[in-house]
Design a protein around this ligand. Structure first.
Ligand code: PLP
Length: 384
């Protein structure tokens, strides 16, 4: 049986044509498509600068470096996120500090952020869970009062809008915003990611960090003996994206608004169908925000339903429906517990949320028939 996965890409013939054009061109990497993709991201989000990189994780890593996170620095983030948000802090020698979530939005709670701030705090990394923007005006205020950097993890939120109606990624409330273009995300480049910023200094730093720490920018060189000359001014990486990927990204970006519209239609179909079921709580969307809905994470009262989560996942899988749990609280992972002494109970609301979460299939290529099929199978779960 073909499984309807919890998420997947939608690549069509126009995407494929754009990729083939690059394959036939002179530049497979470090060519013009990358800048074109970056310019398109700037235009879409309304930001000044964009740096496309090899993954969302690479984007997080070099953002943390650009924010100068070092040993001894504390970085506040959400426990309900993909591990990359916190791992990036560790890559730089910093200490992740987990602030509990808000029960309804599943986003980091600004009151909890305030409680975690001390003289070692350097950065806040809010994560826009499932596409719903965090309360960024409060986060910006807290950051300003305490002189902290803000890096938005918007891996779920390309195409989302804040409560002021502006587009996520415009960095109105932050120093940098990162995106991921993994195939489960809203648009894809295979693997890929990007950072947006309005700060020219951060931009120059990110460009260097993406490619070994090398610069050829005459404004930045300490001397200039000739056209061959370049300098390594910091320790960077090879986190470059290819032109092949950038071409796919450009083509996908032109369809982003349609993808989001279709995602939101499916969400409202699900919400309508599940709203009268006592053992399902549908995802909460705050007034005034516009979520791109990377995920449809239902909260299921497994006890009331009379089935455990593994039993539900198994039953759905046997009916061709893929599901996933987003996410296991990061600090409960063995690596985190063993090396950093995080204790169970650190973020009680996150731990409680984790007991109920189950993401159902949501991707724009799902047709009406597939959506109705998922609804009917889920509704029939309690007919045992
Ligand atoms: C997917 C994801 C990332 C990492 O992106 P990759 O492109 O897979 O490296 C980071 N943060 C969050 C919240 C994500 O969902």
């Amino acid at each position: 049986m073909k499984i309807i996965p919890y998420s997947r890409q939608w690549v069509d013939s126009s995407d494929i044509r754009e990729v083939i054009k690059v394959l036939k061109s002179d530049w497979l990497t470090q060519g013009p498509k990358i800048k074109e993709f970056e310019d398109a991201l700037c235009k879409y989000t309304g930001v000044k600068y964009a740096v496309a990189v090899s993954s969302g994780t690479a984007a997080l890593h070099i953002s943390c470096l650009a924010a100068d996170i070092k040993r001894g620095d504390e970085v506040i983030t959400s426990p309900i996120t993909f591990v990359a948000s916190a791992n990036s802090i560790l890559y730089c020698g910093g200490t992740p500090v987990f602030a509990d979530i808000q029960k309804d939005t599943v986003n980091i709670d600004t009151e909890e952020i305030k409680k975690k701030i001390n003289p070692n705090t350097k950065v806040i990394i809010p994560v826009h869970f499932a596409g719903q923007p965090c309360n960024m005006s409060d986060i910006k205020k807290i950051a300003k009062e305490n002189r902290l950097y803000v890096i938005e993890d918007a891996a779920h939120a390309i195409g989302s809008r804040y409560s002021d109606g502006s587009t996520v990624g415009n960095c109105r409330y932050s120093d940098m915003t990162i995106f991921s273009f993994h195939p489960v995300k809203t648009i894809t480049t295979g693997e890929g990611g990007a950072i947006t910023t309005n700060d020219k200094m951060l931009y120059e730093k990110l460009i260097m960090l993406r490619s070994h720490g090398i610069t050829k920018n005459q404004m930045l060189l300490t001397k200039n003996p000739g056209p061959w000359y370049y300098e390594i001014q910091m320790l960077g990486f090879n986190y470059r994206i290819t032109d092949i990927q950038a071409a796919l990204g450009l083509s996908q970006l032109s369809k982003l608004d349609c993808f989001v519209k279709r995602r939101r239609e499916i969400v409202s179909e699900y919400n309508k169908a599940f709203s009268d079921i006592s053992w399902i709580r549908v995802p909460f969307e705050e007034k005034n925000v516009y979520s791109a809905f990377h995920l449809y994470t239902a909260l299921i009262d497994f006890e009331k339903l009379g089935l455990s989560r593994p039993q539900v996942m198994e039953k759905l899988k046997n009916n061709g429906i893929g599901t996933q749990v987003h996410y296991i609280p990061v600090y409960t992972q063995p690596y985190y517990k063993n090396n950093f002494n995080y204790k169970d109970g650190l973020c009680p609301i996150a731990e409680e949320y984790y007991k109920y979460a189950l993401s159902l299939p949501l991707h724009p290529s799902m047709g009406k028939k597939q959506v109705n099929y998922v609804i009917s199978v889920v509704k029939a779960l309690n007919n045992n």
